[in-house]
Write a protein that binds this ligand. Structure first.
Ligand code: MD3
Ligand code: FE
Length: 217
């Protein structure tokens, strides 16, 4: 069928540099979609999503879990990486091969061929959930990039600068998009605007974000 809107907008590039050292790979996770969802199910059966509490005492609207040798946790005592899930008392689930394969392939495409993540933070957003502007600085060595994979409902990503007050640019992250954040972008402030209502055909009323990190030395 002829699509009357086709061609009226400039085509969206498959790979786009969105900052110094930061590259957006549109749809790069789509070939892994089925495997990722099966693996996600296995992870959340062993270590279910939970709403963590910040050191300031606020319950996060984003629900989280982890897989890999280290998992990111927050509680009243602070933010840290821990080998043990505090809710189950067990090690976090192993990083699935399809997670590793996707993260390593994407990082390599973006110019980080040596990236080998040991942690994957899994974020679940339901409508109304948001992540306020922050830096990721609990990892041992900021020379390693972070790879993020977006699944489900689209979100507006907020990309700031190296100082909290720097101007913020917004762009949409959709199902299957992968972003590699390294180099001078590694410590940029970032966040996610309040998730809007919607239904995704595979994930329903939610957005899942995987962030792959090398957390440990
Ligand atoms: C830019 N997650 O878990 S992923 C986080 O969509 C986090 O759930 C968001 O920020 C989410 O910490 C954003 C994209 C992301 C991850 C790490 C970054 C962007 C980044 C590190 C530096 C700069
Ligand atoms: Fe972050």
């Amino acid at each position: 069928m002829l699509d009357l809107l086709d061609g009226l907008l400039p085509p969206e590039p498959a790979q786009e540099t969105i900052g110094d050292g930061a590259m957006l790979l549109r749809g790069a996770a789509l070939p892994y979609e089925a495997a990722l969802l099966v693996a996600l199910d296995r992870i959340t059966t062993r270590s279910p999503f939970r709403h963590m509490v910040t050191p300031g005492g606020f319950r996060m609207s984003v629900a989280m879990t982890n897989c890999g040798a280290a998992g990111w946790v927050t509680d009243r005592t602070g933010y840290r990486y821990d080998a043990i899930d505090p809710e189950t008392g067990l090690p976090w689930p192993l990083m699935p091969d399809c997670f590793l394969d996707l993260a390593i392939t994407a990082a390599s495409q973006a110019g980080y061929p040596a990236f080998r993540p040991d942690a994957c933070l899994v974020n679940r957003y339901e409508p109304g959930a948001r992540l306020s502007l922050h830096q990721d600085r609990n990892e041992h060595d900021f020379a390693h990039p972070i790879v993020s994979v977006s699944l489900g409902l689209p979100a507006t990503f907020l990309f700031g600068g190296l100082t909290r007050g720097d101007p913020v640019t917004r762009f949409a992250l959709r199902h299957g998009d992968v972003v590699v954040w390294g180099g001078p972008s590694r410590l940029r402030y970032h966040g996610v605007a309040e998730l809007k209502e919607g239904t995704h055909e595979l994930l329903g009323h939610r957005r899942i974000n995987l962030t792959f990190r090398k957390a440990l030395a």
